[in-house]
Design a protein around this ligand. Structure first.
Ligand SMILES: Nc1nc(=O)c2c([nH]1)NC[C@@H]1CN(c3ccc(C(=O)N[C@@H](CCC(=O)O)C(=O)O)cc3)C=[N+]21
Length: 288
């Protein structure tokens, strides 16, 4: 029987633990951790995520602030907002929802965020710290994947892990975390030759490609663990549906454990954002 790794349930555990720690933080320091979420434009999918973040923040006792800028905002307007949030001692975490509209420079925005408040872990300083194995703020999605993996593999040491995708947001930090956990890590991507044969040797496959249902049973070694990072909205039988980067119906019978979509990595990402906001608040209050 294949184990279904339940992201809804595990994320609730992370939320509950974080809520407890937040109430201790409030008792100790007399203020709640604060998270600022910046959304530029009206992307409907992003609006759903932002709403979920606000809801979860409320649940754990984090004060969340939503900043909505028009899609036509200038780089200067966004930079000004970030500088204001950097200077605000009641804001401990800043998240700028990606992707930004094309006319804005994403790299410049990520550089502008105070690394101590960078709850996404995307600032070059935090990226470097992760590469060195001493990060305090780890990107939320890969962190969520590691927590789910720990539920089926208490010891990852010596496992063959293949990460499909090399984005700065998921693929690269995911590979760094697996390496830190003593896996043998291979990253495959759009230019890789023989992706299928490389994947089919893996004990652990993390799919973060952004292509609906690309990973098939023939890519998966029988008994492997499959983490599906993809969240793709597709239309099937005239209905809108969320599917992952893994063809779940095909792969599930072959895997020993697999994450579903929805209810897998998505809720873990949000729970880890709450964890990071608390972490950032602790870091700032303890060494301002
Ligand atoms: N700076 C930045 N950081 C991010 O972490 C970030 C971002 N930008 N831009 C967009 C992506 C996407 N993302 C999701 C998080 C949770 C769900 C989620 O909770 N999904 C639920 C249900 C979603 C639904 O039902 O529509 C699930 O998979 O079960 C989805 C997507 C964070 N992102």
């Amino acid at each position: 029987m294949t184990v279904l790794i339940n992201g809804k349930l595990i994320s609730q555990q992370v939320i509950d633990e974080t809520a407890k720690e937040v109430s201790t933080f409030v008792e100790d320091f007399g203020l709640a951790p604060g998270l600022a979420v910046v959304l530029v434009g009206e992307d409907p999918a992003s609006q759903v995520y932002v709403r979920n973040k606000v809801k979860r923040a409320e649940e754990v006792g984090i004060r969340s602030l939503e900043y909505k800028l028009p899609a036509t905002s200038s780089q200067e307007a966004l930079d000004d907002l970030i500088q204001t949030l950097n200077a605000d001692s009641t804001v401990h975490g800043i998240l700028v929802q990606l992707p930004l509209p094309d006319h804005l420079n994403e790299e410049a925005v990520l550089l502008a965020i105070d690394p101590a408040k960078d709850v996404d872990g995307f600032h070059p300083l935090n990226v470097g710290a992760l590469a060195c194995g001493d990060a305090s703020l780890v990107p939320c999605t890969p962190m969520g994947c590691m927590i789910m993996l720990a539920h089926v593999h208490p010891d990852l040491s010596g496992k063959q892990a293949v990460v499909i995708g090399r984005s700065n947001i998921v693929g690269k930090p995911m590979a760094a975390l697996l390496l830190q956990a003593n896996c043998t890590v291979t990253v495959v991507h759009s230019r890789t030759k023989n992706i299928e044969s490389i994947c089919s040797q893996a004990d652990i496959v993390v799919a973060a490609i952004g292509r609906p249902e690309m990973v098939k049973a023939s890519w998966i070694k029988p008994g492997a663990t499959v983490i599906d990072v993809g969240i793709n909205a597709i239309e099937r039988d005239g209905k809108r549906k969320l599917v992952g980067d893994v063809d779940f119906a095909d792969v599930e019978p072959v895997a020993s454990a697999i994450t579903p979509v929805p209810g897998g990595v998505g809720p873990m990402t949000i729970a880890c954002l709450m964890k990071n906001t608390l972490q950032a608040a602790k870091n700032q209050v303890l060494k301002p």
